[in-house]
Design a protein around this ligand. Structure first.
Ligand code: C5P
Length: 224
């Protein structure tokens, strides 16, 4: 089934610090974003990878002419960046995969599993069981303890049938809704979102220490 991949990469990466947004930090000498794009391009089902970047960076990144890769200007929020990328894609595709630019270690098997699950049920994401006990906090004090047996940590790639995502993004626009991931938004509108097993190695590079860990993992992968 033809798949469109959307990578929202228009954020400033403020948690990482420094001048370069985290998605452009180097891993083994190559920007994280490039690692991610190249991993998707290995898949023959991927008709195009659309990357949303900030308006300032668009002219520079657009110079990297890569077959099946398109850069678009992002919006004010992640969701707006995803929406713009989706609306600008002109290709024939049945499924859409949305992936964080800073998760270079997603497994091919996970991508295939979410794509298959979305083709069947409309929407799917990789979810990781939560090992820590999670508390909510109020004014600096522990407020509530959540039942961790009911929790998962959301990962990407998250996958949707084209018409499902189209409907979800339209509803969010109409209602002025926002979300930190599209699977949660879909569920909010009543879509049944299938959860496939996530993977600890598919972590989100968020802080400088994560990058050091990523270098170690990458070196081990390259040896294998
Ligand atoms: O801040 P957070 O890590 O949740 O951002 C998730 C992703 O959304 C990042 O890859 C970031 O670059 C992207 N983003 C975007 N457009 C924005 C804000 C964030 O594409 N306006």
């Amino acid at each position: 089934m033809p798949i469109l991949v959307i990578i929202p990469a228009a954020g400033t990466g403020s948690r990482f610090g420094g001048d370069i947004p985290k998605q452009f930090q180097a891993l083994a000498g190559k920007p994280l974003l490039q690692h991610v794009v190249e991993r998707f391009l290995f898949h023959q089902d991927v008709v195009r990878v659309v990357v949303a970047v900030s308006e300032q960076l668009l002219p520079a990144v657009s110079q990297t002419a890569l077959d099946r890769v398109q850069f678009v200007s992002g919006g004010a929020t992640r969701l707006q960046s995803v929406t713009r990328a989706f609306r600008e894609a002109q290709d024939e595709f049945d499924l859409v995969a949305i992936h964080d630019a800073v998760r270079p270690f997603f497994a091919d098997a996970t991508f295939r599993a979410v794509a298959d699950a979305a083709a069947e049920s409309g929407a799917a994401l990789p979810g990781l069981k939560v090992a820590d006990t999670i508390h909510t906090v109020r004014d600096g004090f522990l407020d509530l303890t959540l039942d961790r047996t009911t929790l998962i940590a959301a990962q990407t790639p998250q996958c949707f049938r084209r018409e499902v995502l189209d409907d979800v993004l339209r509803k969010a626009e109409d209602g002025g809704d926002d979300a930190t991931d599209e699977a949660g938004l879909a569920a909010r509108y009543g879509v049944k979102v299938k959860i496939v097993p996530g993977d600890t190695i598919n972590f989100k590079i968020t802080r400088p220490d994560d990058l050091a860990l990523a270098e170690t993992i990458y070196a081990r992968w390259s040896e294998a």
